[in-house]
Design a protein around this ligand. Structure first.
Ligand SMILES: NC(=O)c1ccc[n+]([C@@H]2O[C@H](COP(=O)([O-])OP(=O)(O)OC[C@H]3O[C@@H](n4cnc5c(N)ncnc54)[C@H](OP(=O)(O)O)[C@@H]3O)[C@@H](O)[C@H]2O)c1
Length: 272
């Protein structure tokens, strides 16, 4: 199975015409993983491809970057800007979206292809997953995953149905879902990497907590670095979409902090 040991992934949503420049900055700062989507409403996937092409000119090798993109079902697309034939059947939509992603990203393979969100019926979810499996079986994608899956039973059913099992769950990490405790347990026991988004924006109360503030003084690091270090030690891979070069650098410097067991346990209590 294809695995990776990323501590932090650079997210490229909402960066529009700044995408190329920011992805170049992120790679130069040291990010090894890039997340995008074939969803023009929120992502400039071609801008990521332009950044990778520019980095290749400077000697960066494609295989040194973990590149993740998504198939976004019609419900998540801007109806006026859908990157595949809207009226095509679901399998064709997946195939067309993937071809667009390869062209946008100027690559002949993707490391990780995610289904952006479950479909309204399990039958449709299965159709889409089979189409994604076909791409993986051809070797053009190294692993598959799913995003915005907050129902444990759907994840379990997907896992059972899949010939190629999901390797990634990418979800909002927030109080509204109870921080996905059951989903994360399932991921941990089934070799699925849990990637978090909304990690900072949904959790100002965590960043202001006495527990994190005290640890930040002890380790002489900022609270965001402490939070990322904690998530890493808990088995979560956060995404960050920062547009600030200093934040990129300081976020990447989170992972030399090693919290001890009692500190980890104490922080767990913030998510009860
Ligand atoms: N699968 C999905 O449906 C989905 C949905 C949403 C997002 N995502 C993915 O997740 C990525 C991250 O999105 P997000 O919603 O978690 O939010 P985000 O885009 O990472 O936003 C983080 C916010 O925190 C601020 N910030 C302050 N200090 C920071 C620091 N040290 N490090 C990082 N940020 C800092 C940032 O401002 P500065 O720019 O000034 O640093 C920014 O406003 C997206 O780009 C996308 O790839 C996926």
């Amino acid at each position: 199975m294809y695995t990776h040991n990323l501590t932090l992934i650079y997210g490229t949503a909402w960066k529009k015409e700044r995408t190329k420049e920011l992805v170049i900055q992120a790679i130069k700062a040291g990010f090894k993983g890039i997340d995008t989507a074939c969803q023009p409403k929120h992502y400039n996937e071609a801008g990521v491809g332009e950044a990778l092409a520019a980095m290749a000119q400077e000697g960066f090798r494609r295989e040194d970057i973990f590149l993740q993109t998504k198939f976004t079902p019609l419900a998540g697309q801007d109806p006026l800007n859908v990157p595949y034939a809207k009226k095509a059947d679901l399998s064709t939509q997946v195939a067309e979206s993937f071809e667009v992603s390869k062209e946008n990203l100027q690559t002949d393979y993707i490391d990780s292809l995610l289904l952006h969100s479950p479909l309204s019926s399990f039958k449709d979810l299965e159709t889409v997953w089979r189409a994604m499996e076909e791409i993986a079986q051809r070797g053009e994608v190294k692993q598959l995953g799913i995003s915005n899956i907050y129902d444990l039973h759907t994840l379990q059913d997907l896992y059972k149905m899949a010939k190629i099992k999901p390797s990634v769950v990418q979800n909002r990490f927030y109080a509204g879902s109870g921080y996905d405790k059951e989903i994360r347990h399932f991921c941990k026991t089934h070799n699925i990497i849990y990637q978090s988004f909304w990690t900072l924006t949904a959790n100002p109360h965590i960043l202001q907590s006495t527990e994190l503030v005290e640890l930040s003084k002890k380790y002489n690091k900022n609270v965001i670095q402490l939070f990322f270090a904690y998530l890493h030690q808990t088995g979560i891979t956060p995404l960050t979409g920062t547009t600030n070069i200093e934040h990129m650098q300081s976020d990447l410097e989170s992972f030399d902090i090693v919290l001890d067991d009692s500190e980890i346990l104490n922080l767990h209590s913030l998510f009860e």
